[in-house]
Design a protein around this ligand. Structure first.
Ligand code: SAM
Length: 250
């Protein structure tokens, strides 16, 4: 399978979990256009194979992107498919759980930070320092931080939380029922690609407890942590069930 093939399958697999993924991108990019300068340096946080970064580069012709992720398999797929996008895309391997990760960026600040379907992998005690770091990176530009992710309904609304989860599960079952690959099936297929064996071996040590998201940090937690990190405003600008886009401004 070519890397383009894996990328197309990645997008379809992600749509099992975020049904309106392209609509979500559209809203995030519209806010980016609105709030970032015309030739921004945009940090794609936990970029995976670069799905968000390449959409930023398509939509904002003057943008440059820094695509940060720790996963060697996903980065290799993205790198093989997009290269450096004509000098506009830089791939950076760094672990957001390591407080020294910003040193790998090679810049002291950025004009915007964007992240999709990723920060739920971090624990609350990892998110709080991350948000302080992002505030520092955006301090000079006063640019936006856009986080499109699974931000669960509060535990004190248990019936709403449970009903939303059932609706979500039904949607996932329906998508898989008409032939979409889920996360596990996509990774199982990818592991059989001999061209990526070295990257798979490296990846194996990254999440000894198993990958795929750890935290159930609520929207309220995220907003309080952003507030404590110094962000002046935060609000939900798009939502479908508990898939939301949280926009914060320093
Ligand atoms: C579901 S993927 C989303 C990738 C991409 N943003 C997208 O929307 O297609 C989650 C990504 O978060 C990355 N990630 C999780 N924990 C990370 C960490 N501690 N440091 C860097 N990246 C991390 C994973 O490697 C993975 O690429």
């Amino acid at each position: 399978m070519t890397t383009d093939g894996w990328l197309a399958r990645w997008d379809r697999q992600q749509e099992v979990y975020i049904r309106d993924r392209e609509r979500r991108y559209d809203v995030m990019l519209a806010f980016l256009e609105e709030l970032a300068p015309s030739e921004p340096v945009v940090l794609d946080l936990a970029a995976g194979p670069g799905s968000t970064a390449v959409r930023v580069l398509d939509r904002l012709p003057g943008a440059r992107c820094l695509a940060v992720d720790v996963d060697p398999v996903l980065q290799r797929i993205g790198r093989d498919a997009y290269g450096d996008a004509g000098g506009r895309l830089t791939w950076i391997k760094a672990d957001l759980r390591d407080p020294s990760w910003p040193a790998a960026l090679g810049v002291g600040g950025v004009d915007a930070v964007i992240s999709t379907t990723a920060l739920h992998w971090l624990r609350p005690e990892e998110l709080a320092p991350l948000y302080r770091t992002l505030h520092g990176l955006l301090a000079a530009s006063r640019g936006p931080f856009l986080n499109g992710d699974h931000l669960p309904f509060p535990r004190h609304a248990p019936r709403i939380r449970a009903a939303a989860e059932r609706v979500d599960q039904r949607r996932r079952d329906d998508a898989v029922g008409v032939g979409a690959e889920d996360w596990a099936a996509w990774w199982d297929a990818l592991r059989a690609d001999p061209g990526l064996a070295a990257e798979h071996a490296e990846r194996a040590g990254l999440w000894p407890e198993g990958s795929r998201g750890h935290t159930s940090a609520s929207l309220a937690f995220h907003q309080a942590a952003l507030d404590a990190a110094g962000f002046a405003e935060s609000a939900i600008v798009w939502q479908d069930l508990d898939e939301r886009v949280l926009l914060a401004l320093p």
